[in-house]
Every structure is written in structure tokens, then in C-alpha cells.
Design a protein around this ligand. Sequence first.
Ligand code: SF4
Length: 406
Amino acid sequence: MVTKTREDLPPVTEETVLNEANACLTDRPLDTKPLAEERAFAFWQKDVPEGYWRLDGPALKVRIAEARAKLGTRCVVLGHHYQREDIIQFADYKGDSFNLARWAAERPEAEFIVFCGVHFMAESAAILSQPHQKVVLPNMSAGCSMADMADPEDAYACWDELQEAGIRKVVPVTYMNSAAALKAFCGRNGGIVCTSSNAPKVYDWAFERGGKVLFFPDQHLGRNTGVKKGIGLDEMAVWDYTLPYGSLGGNTLEQLERAKVILWKGHCSVHSRFSVSQIEKARREHPGVQVIVHPECLMEVVQAADMDGSTEFISKTITNAPPGSIWAVGTEINLVSRLARENPDKTVFCLDPVVCPCATMFRIHPAYLAWALDELAAGRIVNRVVVDAETARYARIALERMLAVR
Ligand code: SF4
């Protein structure tokens, strides 16, 4: 049984995410309250039975533990690094989106993969998992505002416009943080998927096959990768998908002809909050601090930092750093707080003094996890994420190309 699909729910817009983040802020974001008391619940999937709405943290913990005991090894729970602590404590494995999907696929004994993350991650798990495995996203409204900035229909229109304008030999590249349909579009058109760690190698792969890269959906990761590859800013165009068909995404034909990289105008609402002035402040107030940021941050921020890399890179670097070292981190607050807790011999803090979680990751409330597990234990599947066979086939091609360049 599937109660909802993402198509039944509105896309995650920048405005929704900001409103919701503000609601989380007012309510002290890192604590879990009963679902009905979380102010941002107004934006979330509602058809979880009302019996779950008022359960507090300890009661939910008992429900989740009981359901897990009934399900045994038939079920694995995966938790993305950005999940709140009250979810991560139940995860069999925590990691970034790609490693989580791969880990699940390597455990065929698990019939159910309960993915505590956002929708595109659950789709990737569904694509990479085996036919008998079923992927469940506890709250279907947990989307990603950046992934939703690259609607596949807009991407097809951009592709057609480029072809009509005579801009050919373009290799489409999409970041993991995108819809399965966009990954499939890349697979179908000679393109590839990348992660935040292997994006420079993926650029090499793409340039060996075509003259230009069309990069979805995060302009900042695309630009930061271009800079690392020595591509000048005048050789990177930005495609504004909000402009009408025929506008060449706000570029002149000349700009597109000169461009080596065409960047889709998407961004992450969390990582675009970090600024150079925050880095300057951290350096003023913490002599000897090392600044580490995610490459979804603005180019100026990445360049002002001491180092940048994926969530795995950030976690490993801080974990392996010498005692007494000081770290200012530019990524999502749940991961930063966890790193601070797990590394008591170091000073670890978030660059942004206004604590801001990823509002859509925060939508995975333990009440949804309890509900999804209870239903599985009762023999019913709610919130199953399914990718149709044709989309999965081409998306897998793009993902397998990515694996080959890792
Ligand atoms: S942190 Fe940014 S890219 Fe990641 S899920 Fe949240 S909005 Fe999407």
C-alpha cells in the first residue's frame, strides 16, 4: 500500500523551506517535541494517524524499538548525516546519500529499507537496490528544495533550446541531489551523475566526451568544481530556468558558445547561508581555527575556507584531527553538533551563529518513523518510494558511469 507519492504533495520551494526553518528556529530545532507541537508540522504529510501526533520522545522510542524487534533483519534503517539525533539513534548506518544507497543494496537480507533522509536519496536507494527490496521514506513531504529547483521538464526544455541554438556536444551532469528523472535524462543523453567528492573527476570524464558540461542542479558545486579545474568564470554561464523558453536561460548565444560549463541556477538553502564575514569573524575570535566547508557553499566562501569537501570528508577530517584543534564548520547544524559531541577533545562549532537545520531533513520526525515501522510490522507498506522501470534503467546507467570514475 502506498499512501502518498511526492507527486501528491507540493514541491519544496525556497519560501516554504525558509518559513519552516524559521518555525524550527523558534522551537529550538534540535529538540524533538510531539508531532502536533512542532510548528512546522503544518507543512508536512498529514495522513499519519492521529494516535501518533501526541506521543513524546520516550513513548516514540519504545514504539520504534518494539517494531524493530518484530521486523528483525528484514528491515534496515538508514540515517543521513543531517538527520536529527532522535532519528540517528535508530539508524543501522549513517552516512551520505550515495554511501547509504550502496550500503542498503549490499544487504539483500533486508526486505525493507527505511530511508531517513530526503526523497531523492530514497529514489537512489530504490534504483540501486535489488528487486525484492522495498524502500520507504517515513515522511513523503521530505523533499529537497535544491533538487526541486531542477524540474526535469525544465531540463528537457533547456536541452531542446541548446540543440536548436546549435550548442551541441554538451554532456549533461547531475549531482546526486536531483530527481531520478533527471538522472535518467543524463543517462539517456550520454551524461553522468556526480557526488560532491568526485565532481572534479566527473568533469574530466565529461570533457573527454564533449566540449561542454551542462551541470544540474547546484550552481555552486558546479562553479567550485570548475574553478578547481582551472576554468575561468567567463567560461561558465548560468542558465536561469525561471525565464521563458527562447531566452537561452538569460544568456547570449556568444556566452553559451564560449562557455565550457553551463550551470543550472539552483542552490542549497542551507549551504548558501554561509558567508565570508562569518569566516573572518571565526578567525578573529578563535586564533588557530581551521575552516572547513561543504562545496555547495558560495565560491567566495569555499575560497576563503582552509578546505572543502563532502560530509564524509568533513566528518573524517575532524574525527582524525589532533586533540586541541579548533574547527569552524560550514555545513548543516545536526552534523556539526554531532561532530562537536563526538570530538570532546576538540573545539567544533558552526560558522553560522543562527542555528539553521535543513528544514526538509527535519521533517523526518520520530512519529513518522514509528508509524512506518509499525505498519511494516503489521504487514503493510506505507510511503513506498518506487521508480518506474524505464526511469530506473537510464538513471542506473548514469550512476554506473559515476561509479566507474570514482
Ligand atoms: S542540505 Fe540542502 S541539498 Fe541537502 S537536502 Fe537540505 S536543502 Fe537539499
